[in-house]
Write a protein that binds this ligand. Sequence first.
Ligand code: AP5
Ligand code: MG
Length: 189
Amino acid sequence: MRIVFIGPPGAGKGTQSLRLAEHLNVPPLSTGAMLRDATAKGSELGIESAKFMKQGQLVPDHLVEQILFQRLSEPDCAEGCIIDGFPRTVPQAEALDDWLAERQSPLEIVLELYVPFEELHRRLAGRGRADDSQEIVLKRLRAYDDLTRPLLDYYQGRSKLHRIDGLGSPDEVFERMLAAIKSVKPKQS
Ligand code: AP5
Ligand code: MG
């Protein structure tokens, strides 16, 4: 299965996508983690991306698309994957649709994790990643509202979107996700 997670910073995308990937036995792909890894390795793409990430801004589409599509082309993604943090803009969603259509491997389901603003702040304050300062978290939330939220309509219009309440324990959220996934009939190949 190919599944995409959408949600604001701190919604639990990383936490839940790792669990779901293990459950479905497919790889978890996080563009945030890939970009942080590229930065740590000092690649040109990583250094360029870090300038945006540090400011709480989205990395330009062409850089993220390059890193994601390269990873998606690897053999372990052939049977499916869980994508956390991509797409984050409508052009990214269109690029993903085109890429998957060329390979006749459509996206089955998009899970939106929704969590109230105050809880997002509480979770991120307790974590302490380099981009978790209060000022940068506000910018990341603004980027979500301005650039990523329109994707919800994009996927709703394609009947792919399932909204998941992200409040409660990680186990409770996981159970809600499984119920949503069960409601989607896997595409015959
Ligand atoms: P990215 O790494 O994707 O960060 P983010 O979207 O801001 O989200 P987080 O990773 O902070 O939160 P999460 O939803 O994964 O929650 P988590 O499970 O960690 O992106 C970072 C940056 O990279 C972006 O700002 C951008 O610059 C760039 N980027 C990445 N992708 C891009 C793209 N496609 N285009 C352009 N730029 C891109 O949980 C958060 C905390 O809450 C944890 O401490 C966790 O333990 C806790 N928690 C989780 N679930 C629960 C629960 N149910 N109850 C209580 N606590 C919980
Ligand atoms: Mg994450």
